[in-house]
Ligand binder design. Structure first.
Ligand code: COA
Length: 178
């Protein structure tokens, strides 16, 4: 499995990956919503605020994960993981964890201090995320499932409370995603 950073030529394949994977797990309509969300992330987010990592099996894109800037009222830097998908037919083989671990190593090497995400604690706890309260980092929008607000430190310091609000990129600024 090759874990790498996406190229412009990968964009349509990544959208297809998100649409098909979520259609399989949550139905056709949700597949369309997440496919459109993945497109919006890549088309509207300024380059410096988005990193997309993919898992490739030969030429086939079988996994994708996006990290976008979460702005904080602090000099610490944070990235938010969303969305993420691994092709239905190769799920449960460690590709998701391998892809996130690759991405986190790149972010660490770039000096990013914190990674956060909003998802299933059972999966994301396998790659270092733990539940955080909004007293540690405020979510950018109201959370419908506060147990899914997760974070981890990427530097040598433990995650300490960061006062103030946080802000996400415009594609994520949609209450239906939260
Ligand atoms: C969730 C997902 C990204 C995990 O990728 P993966 O390559 O299948 O995961 P890995 O093989 O690295 O890890 C497997 C572990 O994750 C957990 N896991 C796998 N799929 C899961 C899911 N849909 N929900 C919760 N946990 C899941 C399992 O507990 C499994 O652990 P085990 O092997 O000890 O049983 C992938 O299954 C997927 O794309 N699912 C559909 C879309 C989705 O739910 N995306 C995440 C939304 S933020």
């Amino acid at each position: 499995m090759n874990y790498t950073t996406y190229q412009k030529t990968d964009i349509e394949g990544i959208i297809e990956l998100f649409q098909t994977t979520f259609a399989n797990s949550e139905g056709e309509a949700e597949g369309k919503v997440i496919g459109a969300f993945a497109r919006e992330m890549m088309e509207t987010t300024p380059k410096e605020d988005l990193q997309v990592f993919i898992a490739k099996d030969g030429e086939k894109i079988v996994g994708g994960v996006m990290f976008s800037t979460l702005s904080l009222e602090d000099d610490k830097t944070a990235k938010l993981l969303s969305p993420m998908a691994v092709s239905t037919e190769v799920q449960g083989k460690g590709i998701g964890q391998g892809l996130i671990n690759h991405a986190l190593a790149v972010l660490k090497s770039e000096g990013v201090d914190i990674a956060v995400t909003y998802g299933d604690p059972n999966f994301y706890s396998k790659v270092g995320f733990a539940q955080i309260s909004e007293n540690i980092i405020k979510a950018p929008l109201p959370l419908s499932f506060p147990e899914g607000w997760l974070g981890q430190s990427l530097n040598d310091e433990s995650l300490e409370a960061i006062p103030g609000q946080s802000g996400c990129v415009s594609a994520l600024n949609n209450p239906e995603l939260w």
